[in-house]
Design a binder for this molecule. Sequence first.
Ligand code: NAP
Length: 308
Amino acid sequence: MTEPLFDTIAIVGLGLIGSSIARAARAQGAVRSIVATARSPQTRKRVVELGIADKVVETNAEAVEGADLVIVCVPVGVCGAVAKEIGPHLKAGATISDVGSVKGSIVRDMGPHLPKTVHFVPAHPVAGTEHSGPDAGFAELFMNRWCILTPPEGTDAQAVDRLAAFWRLLGANVETMTPDHHDLVLAVTSHLPHLIAYTIVGTADELETVTRSEVLKFSAGGFRDFTRIASSDPVMWRDVFLNNKEAVLEMLGRFNEDVSALTKAIRRGDGEALYEHFTRTRAIRRGIIDAGQDTPAADFGRPHGHDD
Ligand code: NAP
């Protein structure tokens, strides 16, 4: 096993992402010691039971004392308040990072509370599931997924390289970009798809002509694939839309134009336009599989045999 990259890591927030980092960091020997904390006594107790940290403490301030790497793994909307809390307790020379799904607001909300003596390197592992909490995490979550770093201008290059090495050790590929560009890219690859899923599942639920039991019974026609995304954590996603407003509205505008174009094609019976569009989108699915970001198995590999 390689030398640990950091001596002590403090993880603030032990949900899906925080607990996955704890598990992966330990599995890979990335750090010597893991200190964890979470908001509620229930989560802290569960983390002790799971044994995924070396030490579980009650407060955010206590967690970060003496840590070489601090990763804040809480919903985007509370990252600023957490930064304010931990700012005065950070060790000089430490690296402070996060995992928030929006980056512009993180830089804006966390940055001002952090002392000049630390290296602030915001990050977003583009990996997740629809589940939450410390039990939902697993060490392999970041394997072959991307982690995007968005260091503010002038950040110490060595600190950025070290955090990149940490994420690579956890199995991720690393890319660096500006917070604004990150927010545009994620608006179309993650935030808009979630909004569409939340919308369509709500729409189906509110129909009068089709019953709820019919929607559930015949969901294998496509609907159920949206329900996975639409069951994602409501707090996390509320915060994403509140904090990436501009980019989401921009992508939503384009989406609405494209829905209008398809609506027109259906109304006019323009089979050629529909066929051309669906052929183009099929190629994108193939591209995702070629990029190793999904399985080529039909129907996401769901079992179809009678013996399963
Ligand atoms: P999660 O499973 O719901 O866990 C959130 C953690 O934050 C919990 O430990 C919770 O503590 C703590 N927390 C919540 N509100 C807090 C507050 N006001 N003050 C202090 N701690 C608080 O969430 P997650 O899925 O790990 O997401 C965490 C972050 O990762 C979010 O910023 C999200 O944008 C980002 N992210 C998520 C995904 C994904 O797919 N889920 C992927 C990439 C990045 P308690 O348990 O005690 O309430």
